[in-house]
Ligand binder design. Structure first.
Ligand SMILES: C[C@H](O)[C@H](O)[C@@H](O)C(=O)CO
Ligand SMILES: [Mn+2]
Length: 422
């Protein structure tokens, strides 16, 4: 039945000159860096402090992962429901300590992440990393832009420790690791001095990058933001700051789709940024009114982002997901979000891009619009089902039952059991 369906779908797409098998093969080669923090509402394991920094995981759905063991179990369940081969994106706050062991964030070492490396090695996953400059007593006011030198140096040491740890990820897993720096520094109301914090942030980044590390193994990215809760009027790490800093220092500029003004989209930025840099990093999220970190859906902007990724060359773009929804089953949130990104990438791979670019160049906009609308009725669902089948994961109508069974057998029992330690 599936073969018949794929044959019929392939015939439909062939009318537009699209090769379905080539699209399926290309999709299987595009890794998504899946964020670990959807599994536990960005709390982490080091108990340093409640989530802060102007971000929020809203909702209180039962069964949140409370330890490495529980989060690993949830990630394993999630990975069985997502087609393809991907990467795991960790935050430094997910350090795994032996009972009674602890380490401050500026003292973190590879031993604190070896359980994650072993997990990744067993499953053929790459690991990406994020210094955690929030949810900590020394992140209450500012971090890399702090006027308190002791605080600023603490966070510089933390970022340098994370680069050293990521270098070991790359050594042990044989794939480079992205270290993405995002800081929550900013002000609730109108600043008197926008310049000095930015001068301190620049000095901090210069000091971090002065360390000796292998730039073929560790790719450092910097992530901008327009505002956060409690820092509505000014963020030190603005897009203009990081876009220029990244270009001047050979870093990746990371665009988070929830970090711009409500009517501003990152899809339009991708081709412009890649005119002037070799690589770009993305956090695909879904803002609703603000950087609300809603689960990514198969919507217009996600499809546009995917279109730009495929047109620009997926090998130049590090794709990651970033959202944290605590109002629904957290494994379902992962599965829906990552599969939405993949569906959007498949849609882009099934688009007759050259044909459409030619219509634009010839200013045949009537035909272009008609073709764009016609393609919305194309049978992508049949092709997606075959992709899931070939990748050994349940199709659209089957994966939720697996999550619901897991919820009954595992997640709901967590509330009855005491919290595990490791
Ligand atoms: C937890 C992540 O580091 C965080 O979401 C950051 O990437 C971000 O987008 C903050 O708004
Ligand atoms: Mn982000």
């Amino acid at each position: 039945m599936t073969t018949e369906k794929l044959r019929w779908a392939a015939e439909q797409y062939a009318q537009w000159g699209v090769d379905v098998e080539a699209a399926l093969a290309a999709l299987a080669q595009i890794p998504i860096s899946i964020h670990c923090w959807q599994g536990d509402d960005v709390i982490g394991f080091d108990g340093a402090g409640d989530l802060s920094g102007g971000i929020q995981a809203t909702g209180n759905y039962p069964g949140r992962a409370r330890s490495f063991t529980e989060l690993k179990q949830d990630i394993e369940t999630m990975l069985c429901l997502i087609p393809g081969h991907h990467r795991l994106n960790l935050h430094a706050s997910y350090a795994v300590f032996e009972p009674g062991q602890k380490a401050e964030r500026d003292q973190l070492e590879i031993q604190h992440f070896q359980p994650w490396i072993d997990f990744a090695k067993e499953r053929g996953l790459g690991l990406d990393f994020n210094p955690t400059l929030f949810g900590h007593p020394l992140a209450q006011t500012a971090t890399l832009s702090s006027a308190d030198e002791t605080i600023r140096q603490f966070w510089i040491r933390h970022c340098q420790a994370c680069i050293r740890i990521a270098e070991s990820f790359a050594d042990q897993l044989g794939t480079s690791s992205l270290v993405n720096i995002w800081i929550p520094d900013g002000l609730k109301d109108i600043p008197a001095d926008r310049t000095s914090p930015r001068q301190r942030l620049k000095a901090s980044l210069d000091q971090i990058l002065a360390m000796d590390y292998d730039r073929s193994k560790v790719k450092v990215a910097v992530e901008s933001k327009v505002f956060g809760i409690g820092i509505e009027s000014y963020t030190v790490g603005s897009h203009e700051f990081y876009m220029n800093y990244a270009a001047q220092n050979g870093l990746l500029c990371l665009l988070d789709s929830g970090h711009y003004h409500p009517t501003e989209t990152i899809s339009d930025k991708i081709s412009a940024m890649l005119m002037f840099t070799d690589e770009l990093a993305l956090h695909i999220s879904r803002p609703v009114r603000w950087d609300s970190d809603h689960v990514v859906l198969y919507d217009d902007e996600t499809r546009q982002i995917a279109q730009e990724i495929i047109c620009s060359g997926a090998e130049r773009i590090r794709i990651a997901t970033d959202y944290f929804d605590a109002s629904i089953n957290r494994i379902a949130a992962w599965v829906i979000g990552v599969r939405s990104v993949q569906k959007a990438l498949l849609n882009a791979l099934l688009t007759p891009q050259e044909k459409m670019a030619k219509l634009q160049k010839q200013q045949r906009f009537t035909e272009l619009m008609a073709l764009q609308e016609q393609l919305k009725m194309a049978p992508i669902g049949e092709v997606w089902e075959v992709f899931c089948l070939r990748q050994g994961v349940p199709g659209e109508n089957a994966w939720l039952k697996v999550v619901q069974d897991y919820e009954k057998e595992v997640l709901l029992k967590r509330n009855e059991e005491k919290e595990e330690i490791a």
